[in-house]
Ligand binder design. Sequence first.
Ligand code: ADP
Ligand code: ZN
Ligand code: ZN
Length: 737
Amino acid sequence: MPIPVILQVAIPAPLYQLFDYLPPKHVDPASVQVGARVLVPFGRGRSCGVVMGITDRSDFDRSKLKRASEVLDTEPLLPVDSLAFLSWAAAYYQHPIGEVVSYALPVRLRKGEIPLSLCQPGWCLSADGESIDLDQLKRAPKQRSLLQFFRDQPGCRSKDEVYRECGEGRSALKALIDKGWLRPCEVAPRPMEECCYEAVVGPELNDDQQSAVDAVAAGTDQFGVFLLDGVTGSGKTEVYLTLIEQVLAAGRQVLVLVPEIGLTPQLLRRFTKRISTTIALLHSGLSDRERELAWHAARSGQAPLVLGTRSALFTPLQNLGLIVVDEEHDLSFKQQDGFRFSARDLAVVRAQRAECPVMLGSATPSLESLGNGIKGRYRRLPLKQRAGGAKPPKIDLLDIRSVRLDAGVSPTLMRLIEDELAKQNQVLLFLNRRGYAPVITCHDCGWISLCRRCDARMTLHRASNLLWCHHCGSQRRVDPVCPECGQDDLRPLGQGTERVEEMFSQRLPDTALARIDRDATRRKGSLEKLLADIDAGKYSLLLGTQMLAKGHHFPHVTLVAILDVDLGLFGADYRAAERMAQLIVQVAGRAGRAEKPGRVLIQTRHPDHPLLQTLIHEGYGAFAQQALQERREVGYPPYSYHALLRAEATKEEEPRRFLDQVVELVNTQLAADVELWGPVPAPMERRAGRYRAHLLLQAVERSQLHRLLSQLLPKLQKLPAARRVRWSLDVDPQEMY
Ligand code: ADP
Ligand code: ZN
Ligand code: ZN
């Protein structure tokens, strides 16, 4: 009797194991492929899982195994190397394997739907349609304009595009098809950016850039991590582009990861202009269909270049030859909920498995990466100067102690702004706080606008007349009178971007100001439009939050002012200083990126703060050295390894009780080589109506930490208090909130 084939299936559920199933009755067991999706009975319903392995053994009685109900793919959807990588990631982050595998799939495929075909049906002009005189259609304006649409941009147009052009009615389309002027065709998919023109040749690389390229190009068949450490505007992107061209020319695929909001049209244009290949774009701004099409194009190799945000890391690829992580210090590479992975760290692992180089680039490298450079694991490639003759900006502190500010702007700064505007230059103002004011208060009784669900204040948004908690999303209308005492003297305290904008519209009414924050750019496409208008010189004043600080290139900006640096100087998190320094340097880097020199002013009430002093006089490199030294002294990452266990519950005592049980468990039964800190209440103890606490696990070696975690996790779920809390584990946490 043949041994039945047992499918080991990863199912998206919060459980750490694979599940064994028999193949469906009607399916030849030998035809089932590892990496194919299967529909299986699970719990009370059915679930779509992925076959991770096929074996003849099970820990369960074979007669009790259920049968899968359907095999969805005849070919593996995820290749074996992807499955192995995902398993590794699941084990490293101690996250349920089924959820990790499911995360790696496009949304429709997670749900068990049929993969989209890369080609879309569409239409193009027939020979008649091309030659016909448009005047023949004088009486049918809709048909005429549709025909014109096809003529304006010759080639095939997809169904979606044509429908969009037609608007509501489709009778004109039908008429043109009936007349034989349009014929059906297959259209190459969007949103892949196809370059049909000759690529533009880039500038000649300077010596630093060339050495960086050479260092990587010397070993494209082997794993190596390269840290491209170059000030803003030093030509990092040129280095990426040159390397990418070389790797593509060798017939291999390239994966480029950028931060969440770093994937600007500017960057994309730069890539499409320079590299004549099909680019698969993968980011959160796309529809599920668009993303899936790009995913297929990447997976099949049809798009040799893949450009995306953190989740693009899991795209299956053919013959991967290079990974680039741009702005590697950026926090958005870390997923902060669910499967809490770091795309930067996993990019290194993926490159290692694929035996190819990975380049991490930043003007402000993370202390982790610099630490790895010092340890010799990463090779640091410095770009010391701005490329093409642009001068580094000059940074000065503006002491605002006992200075009267108008919406956060000192008179000195105001004067400098006006000077710069008079010279027809652009000015960029940075304030990392949206809304009108971070809190309102009653002048009579001292009431302040606290969130009812969080230990936090509610921000006033004046345009919408709402008090808004930025932590839980609660909103309420602003009362005209104090909810406490009934007096009508409510005052906003402090300022957000909305208030600064209002002040400038009053004081400099003739100056066009572009505000860039999440509120002002909520509509799809509005950020792109603002950026294009800034580029075209329609605005002289740019005001924004960190959305402005990242990646953009503003060649006409000559003055950058950071309105309130003190917000970040005294953060509770041990990484606060690192983040602040990165932000300052990144914002400062927006100035003087072209021929015009730039100046940067930082308003502060703590001009003697050592962080500011080191940063300004000696630069980010010196700051980072100092910060690393401090970390070493206290034994914090990168000189130790952390995992953070978070717990939350509506009852105040529950998270703590659970974490106390964890501590007890570790101390009595498990490893002694991991230090436990806590449990302590989270910095914001109550958020969205839940009390939160956490426990920090720290080890000198990564392996110690992982040994403990893999023993701890199965036991954690069985602790008596576990059922009364929501808990999550964050390996290599980036934030301690
Ligand atoms: P980064 O990515 O480090 O911020 P970019 O690659 O965007 O820097 O380069 C900044 C500017 O300098 C761009 O306008 C780019 O075209 C230009 N540039 C880069 N390298 C060179 C070079 N070798 N010669 C002349 N201009 C260059
Ligand atoms: Zn009051
Ligand atoms: Zn809240």
